[in-house]
Design a protein around this ligand. Structure first.
Ligand code: 5AD
Ligand code: SF4
Length: 423
């Protein structure tokens, strides 16, 4: 979501006559698009204070802005720690950025653009990072209020984008030569359009758009995902066989305290149903360790469920309190060393699980959408993704870019497949 906002803002700036600088040092405008989902992300922005001072000294007319969720979260307090920043702008106000830049250029002190409750239901990025795969927002904000999560407070309540805007955006992407769309929402399964089974109906309409060859989406919430969705995924040839299904914890007690709205039995049933309906598919997840009150026993349950489910990959996070989320009022009672130890243990476990799953793919033929050139100097000159969202590298000519090809997997790491193109 954050990367998509960067594309939106970058597009807005291009439309307003600005161009891309070759480095931050030489730029006249520097914007930090920030995330506040974990404290670490915010700390990293405050860690840039010295660098900002250096840039300002070198180019006193440079405009510095902090935008995104951290801007909404910390508001004018950002100016206390980062006095060189000219403006702070929340995620719902990003359309005001060209105006803010103009004002900052005429030197009107610290500027704040916050607190618009809902993001305007308009707009698509005028500039995108990739020319093959495009992110398309289908809903903004979230109504779930999981106890650890700041998103509903900084991004606002859930608001579905209109089907017409989404379909027009995707048709336009198809005309521009894009092959893949990634539908984004904090909880795509609760997409509402006024039609029953709104998300599945939306997928069906996108599946009919000529030129688009692959459809992905994230994130699915276990409380709203269902076998009906999995069957729809199976029946639509463009929808890829990958599900990002955040588990968060393997302990029912902790899931309840997290206010996730499901228990491990329901989660395991969903996984079983997904794999039965879509054999050869992949499942990825998010896990938080060290949530308030997490005991060794709770952690052990998470460890065991990761061993049991065998996720293709998992993002594993150490809990950090995020006021005003509900759990920020609970004692943050798992010591930092314990959080770090649990984090390491799960990372190691997951690495082994991912490696074994990938090893089982050696010798198999897989369809890959060729996305871009690999880093210079590599024998595998290109990279792409399988339908199951695994990154694959392989050798080939540049005319393969944007094409669907088949590769045979030769070797693997826990994170990448190395293949050769089949003729
Ligand atoms: N601490 C740690 N991880 C968090 N996440 C969300 N809030 C927190 C927090 N306070 C993680 C969840 C979510 C992912 C995007 O970030 O796992 O799924
Ligand atoms: Fe946060 Fe929960 Fe909403 Fe995900 S579903 S964005 S974790 S409140």
């Amino acid at each position: 979501m954050n990367s998509r906002d960067t594309e939106l803002v970058y597009g807005l700036l291009l439309e307003n006559g600005y161009g891309k600088a070759d480095s931050a040092e030489n730029a006249d405008i520097i914007l930090f698009n920030t995330c506040s989902v974990r404290k670490h992300a915010e700390d990293r922005v405050y860690g840039q204070a010295l660098l900002l001072r250096k840039w300002k000294r070198k180019n006193p007319n440079a405009v510095l802005g902090v935008i995104g969720c951290m801007a909404q979260n910390h508001k004018e307090k950002i100016f206390d720690k980062l006095p060189h920043v000219d403006f702070v702008c929340g995620p719902a106000n990003i359309y005001e950025i060209p105006e803010l830049i103009k004002k900052a250029l005429s030197r009107r002190g610290h500027l704040l653009a916050l607190d618009r409750r809902q993001r305007p239901n308009v707009g698509q990025p005028a500039c995108r990072e990739s020319d093959v795969s495009a992110s398309v927002s289908i809903s903004e904000g979230c109504d779930n209020f999981c106890a650890y999560c700041i998103v509903p407070y900084v991004r606002g309540r859930e608001q579905s984008r209109s089907e017409k805007l989404i379909l027009d955006e995707i048709k336009n992407l198809a005309d521009l030569g894009y092959k893949e769309v990634v539908l984004l929402g904090q909880n795509v399964n609760s997409y509402k359009s006024g039609r029953v089974n709104g998300f599945v109906k939306l997928l069906e309409d996108i599946n009919k758009i000529k030129g688009i060859e692959r459809i992905r989406f994230m994130t699915s919430h276990p409380k709203d995902a269902s076998p009906r969705l999995f069957k729809a995924m199976r029946d639509m040839e463009k929808v890829c066989e990958h599900l990002h299904l955040p588990l968060q914890s393997g302990s029912d007690r902790i899931l309840k305290r997290m206010r996730r709205g499901y228990g491990t039995a329901k989660y395991l049933k969903l996984v079983e149903s997904f794999r039965k309906i879509l054999p050869g598919s992949s499942i990825t997840t998010d896990i938080i360790v060290g949530f308030p009150g997490e005991t060794e026993k709770d952690f052990d349950r998470t460890y065991k469920i990761i061993e049991k489910v065998k996720f293709d990959s998992a993002f594993i996070f150490k809990y950090s309190p995020r006021p005003p989320a509900k759990a920020s009022g609970y004692p943050d009672d798992v010591p930092p060393d314990t959080k770090a130890g649990r984090n390491q243990a799960l990372l190691k476990l997951q690495e082994n699980v991912s490696r074994r799953i990938n090893e089982s793919l050696v010798g198999k033929n897989l369809e890959v959408l060729v996305e871009a050139e690999n880093s210079p100097g590599k024998i595998e000159t290109l990279w792409g993704r399988t339908r199951t969202n695994k990154v694959a590298v392989f050798g080939g000519e540049l005319n393969l870019l944007k094409k669907l090809i088949n590769i045979r997997v030769k070797s693997v790491t826990p994170y990448t497949l190395v293949g050769e193109k089949l003729s």
